[in-house]
Design a binder for this molecule. Structure first.
Ligand SMILES: Nc1ncnc2c1ncn2[C@@H]1O[C@H](COP(=O)(O)OP(=O)(O)OP(=O)(O)O)[C@@H](O)[C@H]1O
Length: 209
């Protein structure tokens, strides 16, 4: 297994969000995280990527195996597309940027500053960064936001290629990516709120209090 998550509980803003979550990811495999807005997909991914500790349980993964793709694209606004990829390739050990440019249809945009890209183009560049990390486990949070149908296809192809080469991917998404993959519905793992947490209940959202 390239990633094993055992009975973890995770919290956000000091409140437990999910508990009792276990799964394992083998090389070559994709696992899709499913569940409604606010269930805790981002929180779980952040925990798997070691950006925050679990409240309980364990995340077992080789050091530096995970490339985390957050909601934000994390681009350097004033650098060009090629410079952004070269920058990250340098950080991660000098991978060739040509496959990343090609696979995300960025060759024609290679000399444009990231700040002058459209939202979908920025997203493609953010995803292309995954390729230059050389890391085997992709943990991705809503990777297809802003992408048109053709670009979702490019992304799906990149994931399939990554997995065929021995990589793996854990992806939180609300959409159909167009390929078969195992799914984990997080609904049953919603943490029981602490007794005094009623005032934070979702049912208050939208009320004029
Ligand atoms: N900084 C924060 N402080 C307090 N609570 C937070 C914070 N960020 C998120 N939350 C809450 O934590 C819970 C889990 O949020 P999370 O972003 O993990 O959900 P999600 O499943 O990724 O949602 P979505 O599908 O909308 O992206 C939500 O109820 C959210 O309101």
């Amino acid at each position: 297994m390239v990633l094993t998550v055992t009975d973890i509980a995770v919290a956000r803003g000091g409140l437990p969000v999910l508990e009792g979550v276990s799964f394992a990811l083998a090389a070559g495999e994709v696992l899709l995280l499913r569940g409604p807005n606010g269930i805790g997909k981002t929180t779980l991914l952040r925990t798997v990527a070691r950006l925050q500790p679990p409240l309980a349980g364990a995340v077992d993964c080789a050091p530096d195996a995970i490339a985390y793709g957050a909601h934000a694209d994390g681009l350097k606004a004033q650098l060009t597309v090629a410079e952004n990829l070269s920058f990250w390739a340098g950080i991660y050990g000098g991978q060739d940027i040509a496959p990343a440019l090609r696979d995300f249809n960025l060759d024609g945009l290679r000399d444009r500053a990231a700040q002058n890209l459209s939202a979908g183009q920025k997203r493609r560049l953010g995803l292309a960064r995954l390729l230059v990390t050389g890391r085997p486990v992709w943990a991705l949070d809503e990777p297809t936001v802003s992408l048109d149908t053709a670009s979702v296809g490019l992304f799906a192809q990149a994931v399939r290629r990554h997995c065929a080469a021995g990589g793996a991917a854990l992806i939180a998404t609300h959409i159909d990516l167009g390929f078969e993959a195992r799914e984990l519905d997080l609904g049953p793992y919603r943490a029981m709120p602490p007794e005094d947490a009623g005032r934070f209940d979702d049912s208050f959202e939208g009320a004029f209090l």
